[in-house]
Design a binder for this molecule. Structure first.
Ligand SMILES: Cc1cc2nc3c(=O)[nH]c(=O)nc-3n(C[C@H](O)[C@H](O)[C@H](O)COP(=O)(O)O)c2cc1C
Length: 333
């Protein structure tokens, strides 16, 4: 249903790269709920090359975690290339280049979205990564729709886009916000339609403001993009993957009951504990759990309980109080 170079995916709905979120635990839960391709969190190229715990975590892709896309940010084309080579050797199924991150610290270090304002360097990075990967896996680029709303920014966007496809990338993911915009205002889907019209048969994946299954259907219909990435919409809501697939197949999406929500949280917790240990695992889980609470019929009380949670016993008590068959009667579900 979606072909990205040598990768044939039985879906058009991918899990986005989400820094601080899309770790093994999130990806495992997403896959259990219909995601058939997930991105790892973005990694800084240098961290891939320096021996240590960060490198081990980045390069450890367990057998049940495929296909996974590795996303790289950095400044120097040669370092980008070396990192891409290591990540492919470690088993990543696709390499994505980050030209989108708008965070001040990242921009200040001339990484991420900064490259949208320097097309020559951006294209040098693309060429170096393509050369280092050497066709072993697909290479893609993630871009915001420009640095800002100026005509110069649009010109630079299309210069990078055209040169990257000419160099040999397999797809582009476009988030319809500018770097300057950060998250203020909507993602411009009309820009996604313009990009798709511009590149014709080449693969475009759309990003921005996909919070429900209907949003996914509308984006694909309105813009003609070949696929989409779910981002904020799937944090604490892995059910969105299956709902989007059902919606695209013309079927009504199913809402998860509390027992389905509990099973997802338990799987998330089991993996977070396995990867990080109990203390850090619980901290990592908490930011997701606060979002899981939005699905509950008592979202405020459950969110507050997750915020106050400090130990694994607290988590077990929350699951018993709010996510058991008894709690169904209390919440009237
Ligand atoms: C917490 C957070 C972390 C993100 N991390 C990344 C990242 O590592 N790499 C990336 O390309 N985009 C990242 N993004 C951007 C998303 O992938 C996506 O393009 C953007 O949020 C728009 O989609 P949405 O409006 O559906 O959330 C991040 C977004 C958020 C909210």
């Amino acid at each position: 249903m979606l072909t990205i170079g040598s990768l044939r995916l039985d879906t058009r709905v991918l899990q986005a790269a989400l820094s601080g979120y899309s770790d093994l635990a999130m990806r495992r839960v997403a896959r259990a709920h219909g995601a058939r391709f997930c991105f790892h969190e973005v990694v800084v190229d240098r961290l891939v090359l320096v021996k240590g715990r960060a490198q081990r975590r980045i390069l450890d892709i367990p057998p049940d975690d495929h296909p996974t896309g590795g996303q790289i940010m950095g400044t120097d084309p040669l370092v980008f290339g070396a990192a891409a080579d290591q990540m492919v050797a470690a088993g990543y199924d696709l390499i994505d280049i980050n030209f989108g991150c708008p965070v001040n610290k990242v921009m200040g270090r001339c990484r991420g979205g900064y490259h949208l304002g320097q097309p020559e360097v951006a294209v040098a990075i693309v060429r170096e990564v393509l050369s280092a990967v050497g066709g072993r896996v697909p290479v893609t680029v993630k871009m915001r729709r420009g640095l800002d709303d100026s005509p110069e920014a649009a010109r630079q966007f299309f210069q990078i886009l055209d040169s990257a496809f000419a160099a040999g990338i397999d797809a582009v993911t476009v988030h319809g916000r500018t770097v300057a915009q950060k998250y203020v205002g909507p993602s411009r889907w009309d820009f996604l339609a313009r990009v798709k019209q511009h590149v014709g048969d080449r693969v475009v994946i759309g990003s921005g403001d996909l919070f429900g299954a209907e949003d996914v259907r509308r984006m694909i219909e309105q813009t003609g993009v070949d696929g989409v990435t779910l981002a904020r919409g799937c944090i604490g809501n892995p059910f969105l993957f299956q709902q989007a697939l059902d919606c695209l197949a013309g079927q009504p999406p199913c809402e998860p009951d509390v027992l389905a929500q509990r099973a997802a949280i338990e799987l998330h917790w089991a993996t977070a504990r396995e990867v990080y240990g109990e203390r850090l695992g619980l901290r990592r889980l908490r930011s997701h759990a606060i979002q899981y609470a939005r699905l509950h019929l008592q979202p405020i009380a459950v969110r507050d309980a997750f915020i106050a949670m400090r130990t694994a016993d607290d988590l077990a008590a929350i699951l018993e109080q709010w996510y058991s068959t008894e709690s169904l009667a209390v919440t009237g579900a």
